[in-house]
Design a protein around this ligand. Structure first.
Ligand SMILES: [Ca+2]
Ligand SMILES: [Ca+2]
Length: 325
């Protein structure tokens, strides 16, 4: 699990796999340093509680899938890209991508400038890509690029190199943007999903960095998924406690490490190569090995699995979906 199955007891947020954020990536476009690629993956094809395949419908119709961008380092969004999906006849879906900038980017972005309209959701091996101006959008089923010996982790970190995700799919929202629309500085990025209820928008899931949900259980996890990065200081104690317990850190060192993990925002400078945890996140970055070293204070340094071989060298970069996953 990176951020997969982040709901209570490894179920899905609000019981809906389609609302489960799994991973967020940000990296310069290969071969074009003036553009960036943002990848926001949701909807694991297989659940653990209950175990088994999830629905084949890619995205929750009417829900909002948002990428928040902080341009001035205050952990408050200044730009938002939001995707919303509509189901059509025959089970097909189409997406509308909007952009909001300024104070309204902090809220639910169900309005704002339409960047892409009527983008078809892709389900087959061939990626259906929609181009609009200097932006490109992909939405649909792909091979999950995340790699992790999940079973080894839950078996007291006895890793055998068994990659749980080698045959799994996710639904990707992949954006190609000119760097100029991100502003001129280092930006902070996170993603979230929102469900529309009778009481208005409810945030179902959110995250920026991989492997953060591991630190949280019960009410803390719920508060985290419902929360905003600007309030993440309140979780430093919870993270530090887990680091003391699992990694044998001193209380002082545990707090220092925890403060590096919060707020839960992915920092990204479009002018530099992507490499987690230093800058953004590439699809091949081994975030689990970095996480294990940090969690165990160097006692465990890897899970013996590496990046998948099915990534594309062109947009949308995510590999074609597995037939059965
Ligand atoms: Ca999640
Ligand atoms: Ca800001």
């Amino acid at each position: 699990m990176s951020h997969h199955a982040s709901g209570p007891n490894f179920a899905f947020p609000r019981g809906d796999a389609r609302l489960d954020l799994t991973d967020l990536y940000a990296f310069p476009k290969p071969g074009d340093p003036n553009k960036s690629i943002l990848v926001f993956n949701v909807h694991p094809s297989v659940g653990v509680n209950p175990p088994g395949p999830t629905t084949t419908e890619p995205f929750a119709p009417g829900a909002l899938y948002e990428i928040k961008i902080d341009t001035d380092g205050d952990a408050i969004a200044d730009i938002c890209y939001s995707a919303r999906f509509q189901s059509c006849d025959g089970g097909k879906q189409i997406a509308t991508l909007r952009r909001m900038q300024g104070p309204s980017a902090t809220g639910a972005c169900d309005e704002g400038e339409v960047i892409v309209d009527g983008a078809p959701v892709s389900a087959g091996q061939e990626a259906v890509v929609t181009k609009a101006g200097d932006c490109r959008l992909f939405v649909g089923w792909r091979s999950d690029p995340f790699f992790f010996d999940t079973n080894g982790f839950f078996n007291k970190m006895q890793f055998t190199g068994d990659d749980f995700f080698s045959d799994k799919n996710v639904c990707g929202i992949v954006l190609e943007l000119p760097n100029s629309v991100l502003g001129t500085n280092v930006v902070g990025i996170w993603a979230r999903t929102l469900d529309k209820t009778g009481k208005g928008w409810i945030q179902a899931d959110r995250g920026g960095r991989p492997m953060q949900a591991v630190f949280l259980a019960g009410e803390q996890k719920e508060a985290y998924l419902n929360g905003e990065p600007k309030d993440d200081d309140r979780f430093v104690g919870v993270f530090a406690h887990e680091l003391e317990h699992t990694g044998g850190y001193t209380p002082h060192d545990a707090s220092a490490v925890a403060r590096n993990l919060l707020p839960d925002i992915l920092s990204y400078d479009p002018q530099r190569p992507a490499s987690f945890p230093h800058n953004g996140r590439a699809l091949t970055d081994d975030v689990v090995d970095i996480f294990l070293s940090m969690l165990t204070n160097g006692r465990v340094t890897g899970d013996k699995v590496g990046p998948h071989g099915d990534l594309l060298d062109e947009f949308p970069y995510l590999g074609p979906p597995h037939d059965k996953a």
